[in-house]
Design a protein around this ligand. Sequence first.
Ligand code: 13P
Ligand code: MG
Ligand code: MG
Length: 370
Amino acid sequence: MQTTIVAMRADIGSIGGHLQPSQQVVAAVREALDAQRGQLIADFDLHFTGDDITAVCTCQGDPGQTAVQDMIWEAFAQGARVAVEQGLYGAGQDIFDKGISGASKGFGPSLAQITFQERSNEAFLVFSIDKSVPGAFNLPFYQAFADPMHCSGLILSPRMRRGFRFEIMDVVYREYDRVITLEAPEDLYNLAALLRDDERFAIRSVHSRTSEEQSVAVSTTRLHYVAGIMLGRDDPVAIVRVQDAFPAAGEVLAPFALCAHVSGFQRGSHHGPLMPVRRNSGVSYFDGPPSVSCAAYCVRDGHLTEAIDPFDHPFWDQVRARATSKTLDIRQQGFFGTAMQPFETLSYGGIMGILKELDERFVIEKPFPS
Ligand code: 13P
Ligand code: MG
Ligand code: MG
């Protein structure tokens, strides 16, 4: 039986700045999706991470059309209308053409989607990230799908021996989608050369070279330039089918213990460590830290089990403490060096204005003629 999982993630308004959606907004989205259960969608689940809500929907077959996506968009729009009524910050910013609160114009929800022939044990994970970019998944997914130091299945399971195929997008390329396909293990160094840069290159999908099936779908899209600033769909979502010809759930989760520094912290302009958090966690310190949640499911005939929360386990408390201390460390250096992103990727234009203003105050010191 063919099943499609659609994971959509949007910021439709939050309380106290970019911190967390209100219960009423989440309830409005839930109610709208509930009305479609058994009709356009077989099943759904909903949660938030930071100020974005993730809707995980299933449907039987390949919807082909955008009907399911449109329906989820409309559910988010209903939530956004409640956010406007409540006066939430950034109400409708990823849904309406123009953010009603005056916040920057959104570019639509983040979308990850996979259609597959259901296995008899169809296990999958949905990761949601707040305050970062799709490229934040580069390192954990490289380690889980290409590095035997982190993924034991690459040497222990004959079903994984042929490795994986990565589709990677150059998100900075302006006109069209610019995508490259690389195969692990042959392309290992090429993969590293691209994936090192989370602001320029981002994994869009990963397929098994044994079964040819798709494991990973990330909501990777290219960026847009508006008034000299690079804007795009940040706060990504990823679907990862696990087990069998794919890494085990724990092999995909383990790399997140590193809490690697990623882009997108405070004002989309800083670097900070990616902290694994429980589902339905808001953000706080410096509008962060960048956070990743995970929901694990099994699906049968399009029907989801309840979600379990792999980061809601004592193991991750110590990891979170490490992420906190890494955050405090990098924040001590404020605007300096790698704490703040390079000029080209800042989500705010203010600093470019300062540079322009100062330009005429620079003096070119010509050497004295000899
Ligand atoms: P979001 O992308 O999560 O809305 O955050 C924006 C921001 O600038 C927070 O500091
Ligand atoms: Mg926001
Ligand atoms: Mg957000």
